[in-house]
Design a protein around this ligand. Structure first.
Ligand SMILES: Cc1cc2nc3c(=O)[nH]c(=O)nc-3n(C[C@H](O)[C@H](O)[C@H](O)COP(=O)(O)OP(=O)(O)OC[C@H]3O[C@@H](n4cnc5c(N)ncnc54)[C@H](O)[C@@H]3O)c2cc1C
Length: 446
């Protein structure tokens, strides 16, 4: 995670800490600054190289100064804003007024443009799909320089390819999305200790029939019959009769002040973290009212927590295993990780509902598993082994998290790729819009 390279350029990094030397162009005027750019990025919370420019270009538009809220209709909940507006700001504007985004990722430090380009999903995927299902229109600058609106009705191919298209169809300038009314800003949460991975799958399914938001944290260092033990959380916005009358106060945050040396993320520190997390949950089952930030964004409480992984950084491996792969598929995936001595500080498991409209969107009906893996000499081999398993089981990986997938694995697990490439080629025949990830995975020109 270097901050400079001595050549006058700084490093542009993904959240995993691996980056390229380059420059970020910033302006309040997105239309102007995107005129000749090859890629836009938001708050850089994608883990791998999807928000990085190709090495030969080294320049990317950073949208975060274009963060104006442009319109809101109290009747329909339709909200329109510039692509650089952060979810953090949006939450502070809308929650006190009784509105929330229908779909949120596990951090608020993302922009609207990034949420569309990744077509983010959250704890509520089984109930509300991906973010893109709630997006009604996008204003874009496309490769030939035109600025246009797209939606289901207008340039529908561009719209569906942009949702989950990792910024490869053009620059998103404005986003129109339908917000969701909420009864209060408090969450009625149930949480329980779960004994093993098989129990997790059953309990996730059960909770998702009852509640709109569900997810689990897994302790990956426990082997044998308790492999995959952890904590399951499920909940919904609390009704006014059970919630406190006052609006929840902001929660304190701490900052990870500097990067730790890589050796600190060893097996023992991972074990200590996971054991503490598991036993924090002393009674087997708890019900209660909790703060919305505690429920949706627990990792946001420590700013720059990614520095914990040290100077070599980390990758997040996230895949979805389809229901058809059977209930033992998650156990078999985790066994590949543990048998190779892979340590994961954080493992999140979620239940995915039906596919959405984004042509390359990640979720499919099944179980999503996300693993934070510190970068080591053998990380490429570990990711290869995980990908070969996911491929055999008919699953796929999440591009937003990826840094190590090989193009042949990606092509084999992504039958939707030719359709996506056909639409890209129609809108950008010269392949102007591209990223470090599209060079690596899609074979774009460097
Ligand atoms: C702690 C944490 C938890 C997370 N939890 C989840 C989760 O639960 N579910 C989930 O789906 N994701 C999750 N993510 C991933 C995150 O939601 C996505 O990576 C999101 O896209 C990041 O938004 P960003 O503004 O930082 O985008 P960036 O990381 O800057 O960019 C992401 C992609 O969007 C493109 N992009 C960004 N802005 C534009 C624009 N204006 N026009 C065109 N393309 C653009 C970039 O080119 C890139 O391909 C999590 C990330 C973190 C760090």
């Amino acid at each position: 995670m270097a901050n400079g390279n001595g050549s006058g350029l700084s490093m542009i990094e993904g959240w995993g800490g691996i980056g390229v030397p380059g420059r970020e162009l910033r302006s309040e005027n997105l239309e102007r600054v995107t005129e000749r750019a090859v890629l836009s990025r938001g708050l850089g919370r994608s883990y791998g190289d999807s928000s990085l420019p190709p090495a030969s270009v080294g320049e990317v538009v950073n949208t975060t100064l274009a963060d104006r809220l442009l319109a809101f209709d109290e009747e329909t909940g339709l909200m329109r804003a510039e692509a650089g507006l952060s979810l953090f700001a949006l939450n502070r504007i809308f929650l006190p007024r009784g509105w929330f985004v229908p779909v949120t990722p596990g951090t608020q430090f993302v922009t609207l443009g990034g949420m569309v380009a990744s077509d983010v999903h959250g704890k509520e995927h089984h109930a509300r799909g991906c973010f893109g299902e709630h997006v009604t229109r996008l204003k874009m600058r496309v490769a030939d320089g035109r600025v246009l609106w797209c939606s289901d009705e207008q340039h529908g191919d561009l719209f569906r390819a942009t949702i989950g298209g990792m910024g490869l169809t053009g620059h998103i300038l404005e986003v129109e999305v339908r917000m969701m009314r909420i009864p209060t800003a408090w969450i009625l949460q149930e949480s329980r200790r779960v004994d093993d991975i098989d129990d997790f799958i059953a309990r996730l399914k059960d909770a998702s029939h009852r509640l709109p938001a569900t997810m689990g944290w897994i302790d990956l260092l426990t082997r044998g019959k308790n492999m995959g033990r952890g904590t399951l959380m499920a909940g919904d916005f609390a009704s006014p009769d059970i919630a406190p009358k006052r609006f929840p106060k902001p929660l304190p945050r701490v900052t990870m002040p500097f990067e730790l040396p890589s050796w600190t993320v060893d097996r023992w520190s991972v074990r200590a973290f996971n054991t503490a997390y598991y036993w924090k949950h002393l009674p087997r089952e708890m019900h209660g009212i909790v703060h919305w930030e505690t429920f949706f964004y627990p990792l946001d409480m420590i700013r720059h927590w990614n520095r914990m992984y040290g100077t070599r950084g980390f990758t997040q491996y996230q895949c979805v295993l389809p229901d058809a792969a059977g209930p033992s598929a998650p156990r078999r995936l985790l066994e590949i990780l543990t048998s190779r001595g892979g340590a994961s500080m954080l493992c999140v498991i979620k239940n995915c509902g039906p596919e959405g409209k984004g042509i390359l969107s990640f979720p499919m009906p099944g179980t999503s598993i996300a693993l934070d893996i510190p970068v080591r000499d053998d990380t490429q081999q570990l990711v290869d082994a995980l990908n070969e398993f996911v491929l055999r089981e008919g699953g796929r990986i999440y591009l937003t998290k990826d840094q190590f997938t090989r193009p042949e694995h990606f092509r084999a697990m992504e039958p939707r790729l030719p359709k996506f490439q056909e639409i890209r080629a129609k809108w950008d025949p010269e392949q102007r819009i591209r990223s470090a990830q599209s060079v690596r995975l899609f074979g774009d020109k460097p």
